[in-house]
Ligand binder design. Sequence first.
Ligand SMILES: NC(=O)c1ccc[n+]([C@@H]2O[C@H](COP(=O)([O-])OP(=O)(O)OC[C@H]3O[C@@H](n4cnc5c(N)ncnc54)[C@H](OP(=O)(O)O)[C@@H]3O)[C@@H](O)[C@H]2O)c1
Length: 245
Amino acid sequence: MDRRRRPFVAVTFAMTVDGKITTRAFSPVDFTSREDKRHLLRQRSLGDAVLIGKSTLARDNVRLGLPDPKMRAEREERGQPPYPLRVIVSNEGRIDPALNIFQTGFSPIVIFSTTRMPRKYQIALREKATLRLSDARSVDLQWMLSQLQSEYGVRRVACEGGAELFRSLLELRLVDQLNLTIAPYIFGGKKAPTLTGRDPAFLPASVRCSLVEMRTIEEECFLQYRLRYAPNDLRPGGTGRSRAL
Ligand SMILES: NC(=O)c1ccc[n+]([C@@H]2O[C@H](COP(=O)([O-])OP(=O)(O)OC[C@H]3O[C@@H](n4cnc5c(N)ncnc54)[C@H](OP(=O)(O)O)[C@@H]3O)[C@@H](O)[C@H]2O)c1
């Protein structure tokens, strides 16, 4: 999709040394430093919108706010509202209206979902958020991004995962930047998800990540990549040539 018809998409994740983003129970697990949490908030503060998948929202019960007044002031200096627009994506639409995010009103909430969302959820959520429901079985993420740009003036999206949403965006070549923190732990476990979740299938094509920045603070490594999608990217399913050394 032509980049001019959609916002810039930056995704932020933290992972363990063995590439896990959480435990196999998907339970909220605090494995990063205060510095990393500040890094996440800084990335959030750069976005006109912050985007999150339904499971991450439900499991981490985040409000997607910006507690630091300095970050809010910097946004206003850049001509942005003090808080980013909050965007939730879910195909089924069973999003609990009692979640913390719906108890706060510091910025609008938009939910992109489908008409599969049960009626009782539609009624409850309409009081708290704008519902953008499509008739298709799943949300068209390209359309969602173009809508964010044209209807809400979003030029930069700060995506906070989770893995399933990240994978869907990657498959459609919709991620421009990856901010990745490597935290000093090894979790192990085949069932604990990596950045792209637990889907055993390869991506349709490998994605080239160009390292733009690398900082280490104490025992954590903060990486920033630009993602590039070349027409002849390696097919990780096996057609790429292996290096027999
Ligand atoms: N370490 C980190 O930096 C980090 C970051 C984020 C999350 N996490 C962790 O990751 C876990 C959640 O991961 P996850 O992969 O299950 O979460 P997720 O991507 O947040 O949520 C998956 C759900 O989001 C919706 N969704 C995903 N892709 C979609 C698409 N293309 N179109 C429409 N809806 C879509 C679907 O909702 P419906 O089922 O409702 O259709 C799907 O079931 C949590 O434990 C969280 O703590 C860790």
